[in-house]
Design a binder for this molecule. Structure first.
Ligand code: NBG
Length: 793
């Protein structure tokens, strides 16, 4: 291996030889690219070494198949993991460049939607930190999730062009291409079955190395891009049909164009299913090619290959693997099935019925005619082996991807203890009865490198100064802070860190969003996808009620509070978009009120993404995790906040339950019904009305919204929301309101006593070690993948 020059030398070399600039003429983007390449060179060495080690040891490999990898920016991650922060900062300073500005120049790769995609990104980093040989497989969306802005308070969606700026991290692999077919017909001759697709596109690989802590190991994120097999139709061109000549390429590229095509149309549904098969088919070809080169004997597949299905999106991997092994490689069907099950496992991320994929069988059969036959055969085999079985993979003219995933997997996991229990008792109750050992729990986690060391350097330094740096890849060490939490001088420093972070955020909001806030207010933060079950509307109702109360009695000694929101609503989810607008409308009225101004401010920051979360999490005082109990599978934002010293106000839902157990009930503001009570309450006639009758504050807040107090030009604007809350209120916003209000006033009282508050916050940090994604990945390695770490091997 060649010895790399110093970081400074590397940066200057790249500036000159990769980008043709000298420092005098380099623009910000040149610097960002040169620093990225210099860092990437160092990662590449670790990466190639890791690959060699994996081949040499013949180790089992893990493949994480996911339609989303919400990786965000990568430069800071690389710098932090290679411990180059000070050096990089110094080199840039020498040339008059601001380190933060260089980092912020990188586009935020929004190749995901929310927790599921961010979890996949944290997992990749932990897999590398732990030295577990792994690949992530996904799609290289040209446009990730849309860019959000507000016009008159309304969400407006614009395409995200992250690839238009230069992107430093990927290696194009033009030699790694696979054909992916759709449609066509199936030809059966005795035992020989062949699928002849009508349409084919090519998947081309782009690799991004993902480095772990201290650069000890790096794994690969391999993303597929769609291209045409014959990109250009010369014949049509020569006949003057220029648009037609370019059509094959345009069509093929559609497949990797956007994350979440609008699937309210038939074409949108078809495109989404095509994307899922595209990812899965290309990934499996790649996995089998690698396996073949190294091992050959297909019966050894489960010993060498673990394939994790991140939700049902890649569930077609089951029938596809059976198809390749049986139809193409000639293994008996039963053997193919057994081998596939030995490799596959499935993570469920939600119990919401609308999120459990079910494809219309005519669409599915048209696009994947051989797979639907195999699904029926798998289903029949499963039925024959389990005579008491009743649910099928094929019902209501649909193909049920949850059922399919469960049956094809040797392990199925939920993402928090509560969620796993609910999986057993609700959606998968029958399958759980038939296969009682299959469901296991792996409570989610977050990587402490990005979510503490990287995003909160002040707190990270205080911790390292107090207990040494071993916590960075052994987060349980944080419990060693416990004695400090009881030490007043240390607690002052801890409080000062939070205050400094809040000042930074306040300055940034003033500069970029014209929002002016006092950093001594309580920063109360709810940042996550917009969804009724997450109940941003419960939060804004409480805000409005609080505003009214302060107006009634401004001298009552209110705890000053900033309510911060961020999050995107799915473009077709109109109710959620109305909630955004309501929050913005209410913010405009409340922020303009001189009476309440010292005590209450509201802001909705646009275009929530990973980078914005990295800014908000370290500065938060309070973490809002207020979903209807039983609906949030886990949550991972809740973990980031707790780790960074923001106590939770929350329900007993998802991982909140475990967070509360770890940080202590006295450091957590609990409210609301339990999952069981929720299920009962739904059956109580007029539950919303009863709650409204019983609570004049709630009554008044709803009246203000309904009577157009926040939309005077258009008083009926929010009748959809008030009508829903006063009527069905499926997510029990009204029923939980009163207790939420109570919990929030407890928050006020606790925050008013600053030393009490700092202790609560510090306990949250000291007790959050368990929520490291390193712990989660160790769990998957031991309980699901049977995979080993190669660091030190
Ligand atoms: C989300 C859940 C979260 C959970 C993440 C990661 C989907 C479908 N599910 O509660 O809503 O934390 O997955 O497991 O995005």
């Amino acid at each position: 291996m060649t010895k790399l020059p110093s970081l400074r030398e590397s940066i200057l070399q790249h500036l000159r030889y990769s980008f043709g600039k000298d420092p005098e003429h380099a623009i910000l983007e040149d610097w960002r690219m040169a620093v990225s390449y210099a860092v990437r060179d160092r990662i590449t060495d670790a990466w190639i070494n890791a690959t060699h080690r994996t081949y040499d040891t013949g180790a089992k490999r893990v493949y994480y198949l996911s339609m989303e990898f919400l990786i965000g920016r990568l430069l800071e991650d690389g710098i932090v993991n290679l411990e180059l922060v000070d050096e990089a900062r110094a080199v840039l300073a020498e040339f008059g460049k601001d380190y933060q500005a260089v980092l912020a120049d990188e586009p935020d790769a929004a190749l995901g939607n929310g927790g599921l995609g961010r979890l996949a990104a944290c997992f990749l980093e932990s897999l590398s930190t732990l030295g577990c040989p792994a690949h992530g497989y996904g799609i290289r969306y040209e446009h990730g999730l849309f860019r959000q802005s507000f016009v008159d308070g309304r969400q407006v969606e614009m395409p995200e062009h992250w690839l238009e700026q230069r992107h430093a991290w990927e290696f194009e692999r033009p030699e790694v291409r696979y054909r992916v077919g759709f449609g066509g017909h199936v030809d059966t001759r005795g035992e020989t079955v062949r699928w002849y697709p009508a349409e084919e596109v090519e998947a081309e690989a782009f690799d991004t190395p993902v480095v772990g802590w201290k650069g000890r190991w790096a794994n690969t994120l391999r993303l597929w891009s769609g291209r045409a097999i014959h990109p250009f139709d010369l014949d049509r061109f020569n006949h003057g049909d220029y648009a037609g000549a370019a059509q094959p390429e345009a069509l093929a590229r559609t497949i990797s164009r956007v994350l979440y095509p609008d699937d309210t149309t038939e074409q949108g549904k078809e495109l989404r299913l095509k994307q899922e098969y595209f990812l899965t088919c290309a990934a499996l070809r790649d996995i089998l090619r690698r396996f073949n080169n190294q091992f050959g004997d297909l019966r050894k597949l489960p010993a060498k290959v673990a394939i994790q299905l991140n939700d049902t999106h890649p569930a077609i991997a089951g029938p596809e693997l059976v198809r390749v092994l049986h139809d193409e490689r000639g293994l008996p069907f039963d053997d193919a099935l057994e081998i596939a099950q030995g490799c596959l496992s499935y993570t469920n991320h939600t119990l919401l019925p609308e999120a459990l994929e079910a494809w219309d069988e005519s669409l599915f059969g048209r696009l994947l005619p051989r797979h639907i036959q195999l699904i029926d055969r798998i289903d029949a085999t499963h039925a024959a082996r389990n005579p008491s079985r009743q649910q099928s993979m094929r019902a209501d003219h649909q193909v049920k991807m949850g059922q399919l995933s469960f049956v094809m997997a040797h392990k199925v996991n939920g993402v928090s203890a509560l969620h796993t229990d609910l999986m057993k008792s609700t959606v998968f109750s029958e399958l759980h009865r038939l296969h009682p050992d299959r469901i296991v729990n792996q409570t989610n986690g977050v990587t402490p490198r990005r979510w503490l060391l990287g995003c909160n350097p002040r707190l990270a330094s205080l911790i390292t100064e107090s207990i040494g740096e071993a916590w960075v890849d052994d987060l349980d060490q944080l419990t060693r802070l416990e004695p400090s939490v009881e030490d007043a001088a240390w607690l002052d420093r801890y409080a000062q860190v939070k205050r400094d972070n809040k000042v930074d955020l306040a300055n940034w909001m003033a500069r970029h969003h014209g929002v002016h806030v006092d950093p001594d207010m309580l920063f109360d933060v709810q940042i996550k996808r917009l969804h009724e079950y997450k109940r941003q509307h419960l939060n804004i109702l409480e805000t409005i009620a609080l505003w009214s109360e302060i107006r009634d009695n401004p001298e009552a000694g209110w705890t000053p509070r900033l309510k911060l929101f961020a999050g995107k609503a799915a473009p077709g989810y109109f109710f959620a978009k109305d909630i955004i607008r309501l929050i913005n409308d209410a913010a405009a009225v409340i922020n303009a009120d001189p009476v309440t101004a010292p005590y209450l401010k509201v802001a909705f920051l646009p275009n929530y993404n990973v980078s914005l979360a990295e800014r908000l999490v370290p500065a938060a005082d309070l973490s809002e995790q207020i979903s209807t109990a039983g609906k949030e599978a886990s949550g991972t934002g809740n973990m980031k906040f707790a780790l960074n010293g923001a106590p939770t106000v929350g329900t007993l839902d998802g991982a909140n339950v475990e967070i509360r157990e770890h940080v202590g009930a006295e450091n957590f503001f609990l409210f609301g019904m339990t999952a069981e009570e929720v299920m009962e309450r739904r059956h109580v006639d007029g539950h919303a009305w009863r709650a409204i009758e019983a609570d004049p504050r709630l009554r008044r807040a709803l009246d203000l919204i309904r009577d157009g107090r926040f939309s005077p030009q258009d008083p009926g604007r929010y009748h959809g929301i008030t009508g829903n809350l006063e009527g069905p209120d499926y997510f029990l916003v009204c029923s939980d309101f009163t207790d939420y209000w109570r919990a929030q006033r407890e928050v006020d009282a606790a925050f008013a006593d600053r030393s009490r508050w700092s202790r609560m916050a510090a306990w949250n940090t000291a007790r959050s070690g368990w929520f490291s994604s390193d712990r989660t990945i160790r769990g998957y390695m031991a309980d699901i993948w049977n995979a080993q770490s190669l660091i030190g091997a």
